[in-house]
Design a protein around this ligand. Sequence first.
Ligand SMILES: Nc1ncnc2c1ncn2[C@@H]1O[C@H](COP(=O)(O)OP(=O)(O)O)[C@@H](O)[C@H]1O
Ligand SMILES: [Mg+2]
Length: 263
Amino acid sequence: MNEVLSGGITNAGAVLRRGEIVDRPAQPHAPAIHRFLEALPKHGFTAAPKPVGLADGREQLTYVPGDVALMPYPAWSMTEAALTSLGALLRRFHHASSAIALEPGVPWATDLADPRGGTILCHSDTCVENVVFRDGEAYGLIDFDMAAPGRPLWDLAMAARYWAPMLDPETAAESPSYVGLDPVRRLRILADGYQMSAEDRAEFLNVIEEVAVVERAELAARVEAGDTALVKAFNDHSGWATWDRQQAWLADQHATFLAALIR
Ligand SMILES: Nc1ncnc2c1ncn2[C@@H]1O[C@H](COP(=O)(O)OP(=O)(O)O)[C@@H](O)[C@H]1O
Ligand SMILES: [Mg+2]
């Protein structure tokens, strides 16, 4: 029996669960992703799906039991303990990823990739819907479609955007999931959970601003391509005006966030 799994936008309706198996559309570079997912547990990271099969443009992976928060995000997913555990999870993931040699010549996804590249494979899509929780703590990472070489900070910056969230108050207030959250305090909690170095803390805000630029370009490409559901959502949220406001706010609050990170 197939159960449709919801959470993503890209593969909406096309991700199926059959018992312990998730069956989903495969990326052109799925063989390389599968080799990476095979290697992760050998380097101590067991909280990602394990590849099971790949044929006819579909891939099969193990289902990671637990809870995934979907919009509107339930309270348990936005607690400070959840954020601390997310930081720790990303640290464990990067520790394992840094031990796996980057395969040369792989056409990794470029959509959300770190424009500066890097020496480890980043997840590059650390949104709320791609994290599996157990008992209120971030346990596992799923959906490696966007994985690409990058700086470890790239995953943290992407996570900050969705979990702090790094959104101006007006935009944040549009989502019931984010009501009452203090992004300045929460960014610090994420960095502490990751045990972020002083050097990385000093650079973090710059990377967050780069993520906003890359996400904006990715959205523009999808709008351009005429993704109907997306274009409607985009127009309902006042289009680029929202992005202008978000980016202006980020630049304006840069010093405040930085002070909280390095205090
Ligand atoms: N291996 C897995 N283990 C547990 N849940 C999964 C797994 N793969 C997908 N899901 C669930 O299905 C949803 C959509 O799958 P995902 O692979 O993230 O698709 P998309 O590429 O559209 O984002 C996820 O948000 C999650 O709720
Ligand atoms: Mg997803």
